[in-house]
Write a protein that binds this ligand. Structure first.
Ligand SMILES: NC(=O)c1ccc[n+]([C@@H]2O[C@H](COP(=O)([O-])OP(=O)(O)OC[C@H]3O[C@@H](n4cnc5c(N)ncnc54)[C@H](OP(=O)(O)O)[C@@H]3O)[C@@H](O)[C@H]2O)c1
Length: 307
């Protein structure tokens, strides 16, 4: 048995409760991890609230958490390239736990220079950001507008885009402007008058737009990009069809984890990757972490730490 945080009914953050769960031995192609840190994503509270039952059905009780870092403590049949004692990170299921079983092929080896918290903050945001830039076919010299640029996904999208040689304009509240500058983006404040503020920084339009905020920005995005072809939203599935904008949910066939983690690790090795941790909470304070995530004004990621 291992300690975890789970919910037995959908609801507000209070439904998250400490519980003991059984952790199976790793099956073929799997490893068991002793978890050190787990990333918190907005999807976690959306699933917990019961808003996602059609798109992401889960069986109750459910242990949330889609990304983790930790040490390999058992290896299943057929696993090559990972051994007991290896420090790894990657996308998983049930990350809010002291131990979990995960597919070995989706994990990456954690460099010693990357902290447990930073590594746990990388998989979901990194994959999403990389996937979106690929869909936008972003190339050097182009101007990209990112809505919600200071959040988890935005942080990675800005840095991947800058590394491609793009010019990045990112929306954030005033509190996040200095942070965006430090990542290499030009900050703008969101809300009323956004189109004019962006136009003042460009020749009137942008080449591509990534909506990582989901706050009714697709109309202005299409206007600024001169059409919907190079606008992608990861956060506004309901609004996308009306604007003929592509929504990317990372479903089957879309996953870009391997490329995303390889590119993020290359930037890290070059000393140019910044992974800001908005705040860490002990695993037992997962409910508090969800409240902060739901508040929605993050600079970087929220991470749960496991002793
Ligand atoms: N489709 C997918 O594959 C996928 C994958 C991952 C995430 N997502 C979704 O993408 C969204 C972003 O995820 P995340 O992890 O980056 O979330 P996050 O870390 O919570 O960041 C959200 C950002 O939105 C900004 N924001 C708040 N109000 C805003 C507004 N009115 N206009 C513009 N920006 C605003 C916040 O910045 P300020 O502090 O500056 O307000 C914050 O930095 C979430 O809805 C998440 O569920 C989708």
């Amino acid at each position: 048995m291992t300690k975890a945080i789970a919910f037995t009914a959908f609801g507000d953050a209070d439904v998250l409760r400490p519980t003991d769960i059984e952790v199976p031995a790793p099956g073929p192609g799997q490893v068991r991890l002793a978890v050190r840190a787990a990333g918190v994503n907005p999807l976690d509270f959306k699933i917990r609230s019961g808003w996602m039952t059609e798109v992401f059905p889960v069986r109750l009780p459910h242990v949330p958490g889609l990304e983790a870092s930790g040490t390999v403590e058992a290896v299943g049949e057929g696993v090559t390239g990972l051994a007991v004692g290896d420090e790894v990170f990657g996308p998983v299921n049930g990350a809010y736990a002291e131990q979990l079983v995960a597919g070995a092929d989706r994990l990456a080896v954690k460099p010693a220079s990357l902290s447990w918290e930073e590594a746990a903050a990388l998989p979901v945001a990194g994959e999403t950001a990389w996937r979106a830039l690929e869909l936008l076919n972003l190339t050097a010299g182009e101007t990209l507008l990112i809505h919600g640029a200071a959040g988890g996904v935005g942080t990675l999208a800005v840095q991947f885009a800058v590394a491609r040689g793009a010019r990045v304009i990112g929306t954030a509240s005033e509190a996040g402007h200095e942070y965006l500058r430090s990542l290499g983006a030009i900050p703008v404040t969101y809300g009323e008058g956004l189109a004019e503020r962006v136009r003042a920084l460009t020749d009137g339009r942008v080449d591509a737009v990534l909506d990582a905020s989901g706050r009714d920005v697709l109309g202005v995005s299409v206007e600024l990009a001169g059409g919907p072809e190079r606008v992608v939203t990861i956060a506004d599935a309901p609004g996308a069809p009306a604007h003929q904008v592509r929504f990317s949910g990372g479903g089957p066939g879309e996953d870009r984890t391997a490329d995303a983690l390889a590119n993020a690790l290359a930037l890290h090795a070059a000393g140019s990757l910044r992974l800001r941790i908005h705040r860490t909470y002990p695993l037992g304070d997962a409910a508090e972490a969800h409240r902060a995530s739901e508040h929605g004004h993050l600079t970087g990621k929220i991470v749960l730490t496991v002793a």
